[in-house]
Design a protein around this ligand. Structure first.
Ligand SMILES: Cc1cc2nc3c(=O)[nH]c(=O)nc-3n(C[C@H](O)[C@H](O)[C@H](O)COP(=O)(O)OP(=O)(O)OC[C@H]3O[C@@H](n4cnc5c(N)ncnc54)[C@H](O)[C@@H]3O)c2cc1C
Length: 452
């Protein structure tokens, strides 16, 4: 039986390990932290179970959703039947953006109500958005030239105004690419808008977890891995990786694990450090992928202040806001809101007190009941390296699963999947890396069994 070691227990590592189990390998997963899930986990704060950051998925996240089903928790991330969300403005009436309910309307006509009903835009701007959407749909995300362009420059060249960018294009780009439009790769924007919104009718329907991420990516993943016979090593940071004959030696401070194949599924900075003595092509270039932060501002009120489960916001420092009351287990009568701030460089270093002065009034301007409510808890979570910086020119820096070294493959949402740095990109990369090893290295010594 071949031995596969997976380094890193985020979604990419979990997906790789399960793939190895399905191929009949003896799998060891080695994770530095005390829990699985990586960037998508949870922690306790008093009565609350707090996610490291609010996550949402889309119906088009097919690999990640299959992974959830494999973990037995598909029901924990229900996807809405029809894309729809409110856009709030502190001084204007909310606008509901919903795709068409007419079942026979083909894509992208299903988005007509979203664009034509967007009252925060002037009628002429809505028509222009339609033309831009059609032009975007005609672009190929695999065209390498697109990655050299910024999405913002392309939108402005099309005549999109600052207002359209703020109230529509930018709102979606922040959520999907953790970047402002001017800092986003056109190729990645095309991937997101085409796959999520323009190519099919239902790809952009939104799924919001109804359970803490730790229950999905740690509890359920740990159970599934153990059930499949994997050896899960937590609090085990891999410090060295060496080729010895035709096998690999994976070192942690406490043990050495030998393997026929290794999937390295850690963030790009850690991967570059781990592999820098090995002849892995372009490994020194990965640092240029950089990082982009996400900050979440968490507020617990002593009473409900809104009925909305989540909303996008324009004309305010709030970008997206989510009701976390039930998922976090907040005490009866309270309401727990999380404000998710993408591309949050300007907030990363700000003190909690400063953010309180910005966000409590901003929330009160959106939800008048918040003005009269008592704030029982206010805290901030900061993820400085939430994603790589999904900027123009990053495509060629993202490596494929194959490293050129037999038995060593790369995974991680930063790797070259063509997808943005998301749960879907992570799941795809993990499966692709394991598949590469199974096909090229592990099949020689393993006795593959059919995936269940
Ligand atoms: C606040 C926030 C909000 C987000 N929102 C969304 C969203 O709404 N939708 C979405 O799709 N995506 C979102 N993302 C992105 C998504 O979480 C990531 O793309 C995905 O989780 C990355 O998974 P990964 O397995 O590639 O990497 P990671 O999750 O970073 O996992 C890597 C693992 O490797 C471990 N590790 C590192 N070095 C070593 C070592 N030497 N030895 C052993 N283990 C090691 C780490 O501890 C970690 O557990 C968000 C991310 C953040 C931070």
């Amino acid at each position: 039986m071949s031995r596969l070691v997976v380094v890193g227990g985020g979604v990419a590592g979990i997906a790789a390990a399960l793939r190895g189990i399905d191929a009949g390998c003896a799998v060891t997963l080695v994770e530095a932290r005390s829990r699985l899930g990586g960037a998508a986990g949870s922690f306790r704060r008093g009565d609350l179970t707090v996610d490291t950051g609010q996550h949402v998925i889309l119906r088009c996240y097919s690999t990640y959703r299959r992974l959830l089903a494999r973990l037995g928790v598909a029901d924990a991330v229900p996807v809405q039947e029809r894309l729809g969300f409110p856009v709030l403005h502190p001084a204007r009436r909310p606008v509901w953006l919903r795709r068409s309910s007419v079942p026979w309307l083909p894509a992208p006509a299903h988005l007509l109500p979203v664009v034509l009903g967007h009252r925060l835009l002037a009628p002429a701007a809505r028509l222009r958005v339609l033309g831009t959407a059609l032009a975007l749909r005609a672009l190929d995300p695999e065209d390498p030239r697109l990655d050299g362009c910024s999405f913002g420059a392309w939108l402005r060249h099309r005549g999109e105004s600052d207002r359209s960018i703020e109230a529509l294009w930018g709102l979606l780009t922040l959520a999907a690419l953790n970047a402002q439009v001017d800092d986003a790769s056109l190729a990645l924007a095309v991937r997101v808008f085409r796959t999520g919104l323009l190519d099919g009718v239902d790809g952009g329907d939104i799924g919001v977890p109804t359970r803490p991420l730790g229950q999905l990516h740690h509890d359920a993943a740990h159970r599934a891995l153990r059930r499949g016979g994997a050896n899960v090593r937590l609090r085990a940071k891999v410090s060295g990786l060496h080729r010895v004959g035709d096998r690999w030696r994976v070192e942690t401070p406490d043990e050495v694990v030998d393997a026929d194949g290794v999937v390295v599924a850690v963030p790009h900075a850690q991967a570059a450090r781990l592999l820098h003595d090995l002849p892995v092509p372009a490994c020194a270039q990965w640092a240029r992928l950089g990082s982009s932060p996400i900050v979440n501002v968490h507020v617990v009120y002593d009473r409900p202040v809104t009925e909305l489960p989540f909303a996008a916001v324009v004309g305010s420092p709030v970008q997206w806001v989510f009701d976390r009351t039930a998922v976090a287990g907040a005490r009866a009568g309270r309401q727990y809101l999380a404000v998710s701030l993408s591309a949050a460089d300007r907030y990363l270093q700000a003190r909690t007190g400063e953010l309180r002065h910005v966000f409590l009034p901003a929330l009160a301007a959106l939800f008048p009941r918040a003005a009269g409510a008592r704030v029982e808890d206010f805290f901030v979570t900061r993820e400085p390296c939430a994603t790589f910086r999904q900027a123009p020119g990053t495509r060629r820096l993202r490596p494929p699963p194959a490293t050129g070294l037999p038995g060593l493959a790369l995974a991680g949402a930063w790797a070259g999947t063509g997808w943005p740095d998301t749960l879907e990109g992570a799941a795809r990369s993990g499966e692709a890396a394991a598949d590469h090893l199974i096909q090229h290295t592990l099949h020689r010594s393993s006795n593959p069994v059919e995936a269940t």
